[in-house]
Design a protein around this ligand. Structure first.
Ligand code: HEC
Length: 157
């Protein structure tokens, strides 16, 4: 009885160790500064800071990995978030998007940040600096909305 318990724990430990060898791919292509969201949209400094602090870890090639991102299976969850996040929206390649896509992403960002759906709350739990105060939140989503309207006007010209 007692021995069986030890064996199970042993197996779990071995599995956890083996899992550590399956890392996540942190490699990114060369970043082209001219393609970056900040270079194209030139938001005011405080908006820039908000977006960099709260979105860039998942939606750009400039991810800052926390130390626990090296521990499987947490690393896999984080890696997957980043992969999914970049697939939909990558601020590092912003200028490769058409005006229509830019407009749609900006509009969705307005909606998502306004409803506090982005950044995801699990991320905010782990990153205090990503917690957007209410007064800042309004400035951020209003800015996203304005930029979306700008592209909308360009498209309907
Ligand atoms: C922890 C990683 C993470 C952070 C930080 C993050 N996102 Fe996301 N975001 C995702 C993932 C994953 C998806 C795709 C799946 C989903 O919609 O939940 C996504 C989807 C989106 C979408 C598309 C939603 C839709 O329904 O089509 C928008 C817009 C977006 N994010 C904007 C932002 C903005 C703006 C910020 C910063 C204020 C941000 N995200 C921060 C991970 C993140």
């Amino acid at each position: 009885m007692k021995k069986g318990w030890v064996k199970k724990v042993g197996i779990i430990i071995i599995i956890l160790i083996v899992m550590q060898f399956i890392g996540i791919n942190k490699q990114v292509p060369t970043i082209e500064p001219a393609m970056d969201f900040m270079a194209v949209e030139t938001p005011q400094a405080h908006i820039q800071k908000l977006i960099k602090n709260t979105c860039y870890d998942c939606h750009s090639y400039e991810t800052q990995y926390p130390s626990y991102s090296n521990i499987a299976p947490i690393s896999w969850v984080i890696g997957n978030h980043i992969k999914e996040g970049r697939k939909y929206l990558n601020f590092s390649i912003w200028d490769s998007y058409s005006d229509e896509i830019k407009r749609d992403i900006l509009y969705k960002s307005y909606k998502q940040t306004g409803a506090r759906l982005m950044p995801p709350y699990t991320y905010v739990m782990m990153h205090q600096e990503a917690k957007i105060p209410n007064n800042e939140l309004k400035k951020l989503y209003t800015w996203f909305k304005e930029r979306s309207t700008y592209y909308d006007k360009q498209l309907t010209k």
